[in-house]
Design a protein around this ligand. Structure first.
Ligand SMILES: Nc1nc2c(ncn2[C@@H]2O[C@H](COP(=O)(O)OP(=O)(O)OP(=O)(O)O)[C@@H](O)[C@H]2O)c(=O)[nH]1
Ligand SMILES: [Mg+2]
Length: 451
């Protein structure tokens, strides 16, 4: 086990709460803790995985009654000696405990530093470390469960099998090279190409699940757009079932954007209400429209609201321009203010129609959103692919493609083996079998302090 300098941080969110936990990990951990913790026995004398009760002192002053969880290396989250103090919640006590630990010789942990140590001590690989972050930030049950499976090693296992397959192929190719004088063929090149193609397909499939994984991880993003007064904020409020945005008969009411999350049939849906689109002389509104355009670029679905009292084709030009501007998003036309019109005479195969006043069409709209937000369960099985992993998987697939072509072209084994090794390196970067500081900074820089 690697043992680093002692670090500490609050591991629970700051603020009023029943309890808070302060973590301390690293060399001299018990020595530092014993300077401040007064219980029946010292922490140095305590067995691993025991909980001690006592008072925590800052200077001469007892500041709280606490519990101290003792974990001895290597049987801890970081693999080092660890003490976790359970104190009362609230800002002051936990901050004082952290300050006291720093005065006693620890330093404040950097974001993700505990988990980084767990990785360096081989308690987990990088995909598992990333899963820890995903569990913490999960917005949907599905996303959280997929991350949990990844944490328990589901993805690690799959990548391990992939690596083994590639290593075996590499081994055969290199062995054959040793016998090149004798013209012995240990592996049929067609079969080799087939096997490479199989693994390439697997990489592509995983990389393609990135979009679904993103939805499970961060929610399905829905932009609500339309000309001023179309009823966008009214729809946001109706979906939230509370008055979140200001609604008024004055066009141009919403200047900034408003983002809120709802859950529909277990899926997380991120709603963004935007400023109405129009040529405006008002600088604030223009800024709001610019912001809306930036936000829409990240949306999966854009609901284009059309004030039906202005006519069914009133927003056709807007719909057309949005489709051209955001080809990756789906644009759905929604006619509003159905209660004024009385009857739904719209083509239901292409457009939804609602009234936030009478509630008609709202059930259909919610069902529509829920069906879109639902991620096919098989696409996020035991891996919640993130951007880093997807990019590495695509690079691996490219190398495998080259290897396959080399094999089919009957080129020397050396070339095929080089490309296979390249793919292996990329997969190694996903798990952390191959790592450098840049890779670790990308992964752990996104973490919060205390994790
Ligand atoms: N009768 C009726 N009036 C509605 C309905 N939806 C919205 N309105 C009215 O239409 C007006 C504009 O509604 P908003 O929700 O503020 O419209 P908006 O699209 O957010 O407008 P901006 O923010 O100005 O772009 C308000 O007077 C609402 O009361 C509806 O379903 N039926
Ligand atoms: Mg509005």
């Amino acid at each position: 086990m690697l043992v680093f300098d002692p670090i500490c941080a609050l591991a629970t969110p700051p603020g009023a709460a029943g309890l808070a936990i302060v973590r301390l990990s690293g060399t001299d951990c018990f020595l530092i803790a014993d300077k401040l913790f007064h219980g029946k026995t010292t922490l140095q004398a305590a067995k691993s995985h025991t909980i001690l009760y006592g008072t925590f002192h800052k200077g001469m002053l007892p500041i709280d009654q606490v519990t101290a969880f003792v974990y001895r290396a290597p049987n801890s989250y970081t693999g080092e000696d660890v003490v976790e103090f359970g104190c009362h919640g609230g800002r002051i006590v936990s901050e004082e405990i952290v300050e006291a630990l720093i005065e006693a010789g620890a330093r404040h942990a950097e974001p993700g530093e505990f988990t980084k140590r767990a990785f360096l001590n081989q308690k987990m690989d990088l995909t598992q470390a990333e899963a820890v972050g995903d569990i913490i930030h999960a917005v949907s049950v599905q996303g959280s469960h997929a991350a949990a499976r990844q944490l328990m090693g589901g993805f690690t296992k799959r990548l391990g099998e992939l690596r083994e397959k590639l290593m075996e192929l590499c081994g055969l190719l290199e062995l054959e090279l040793d016998f090149s004088q004798e013209d012995i063929e240990l592996i049929d090149k067609r079969l080799l190409a087939e096997k490479i193609e199989e693994t390439r397909g697997f990489c592509i499939e995983l990389a393609n699940s990135y979009r679904s994984a993103e939805i499970a991880r961060s929610g399905y993003s829905v932009g609500i757009v339309g000309y001023p007064n179309a009823g966008k904020s009214s729809l946001l409020n109706a979906l939230l079932e509370r008055k979140r945005a200001i609604v008024s008969a004055t066009p141009g009411t919403t200047r900034d954007y408003i983002e809120e999350m709802i859950h529909l049939e277990g899926s997380a849906v991120r709603l963004v209400d935007t400023a109405g689109f129009r040529e405006s002389g008002d600088m604030v509104e223009v800024e709001g429209i610019k912001l809306a355009v930036e936000l829409l670029a990240q949306c999966h679905l854009i609901l284009v609201l059309n004030d039906s009292t202005e006519g069914k084709d009133h927003s056709t030009a807007l719909l057309k321009s949005l489709r051209a501007k955001f080809p990756d998003a789906e644009c759905q036309l929604v006619h509003t203010k159905l209660d004024i019109l009385g009857t739904n005479t719209f083509d239901t195969s292409t457009a939804l129609a609602i009234s936030t006043v009478s509630g008609s069409g709202m059930t259909e709209l919610k069902r529509f959103l829920a069906s879109k937000a639902q991620v096919a369960p098989e696409t996020v099985s035991d891996a919640l692919i993130n951007a880093r992993q997807a990019s590495l998987l695509r690079q691996a697939a490219d190398s495998l493609q080259k290897a396959r072509e080399a094999a089919l072209a009957g080129e020397s084994n050396e070339f095929t083996a080089i490309d296979l090794r390249d793919a292996l390196k990329r997969i190694g970067e996903i798990t952390g079998a191959v790592w450098n500081d840049d890779i670790l900074n990308t992964v752990f820089g996104k973490f919060c302090i205390g994790k």
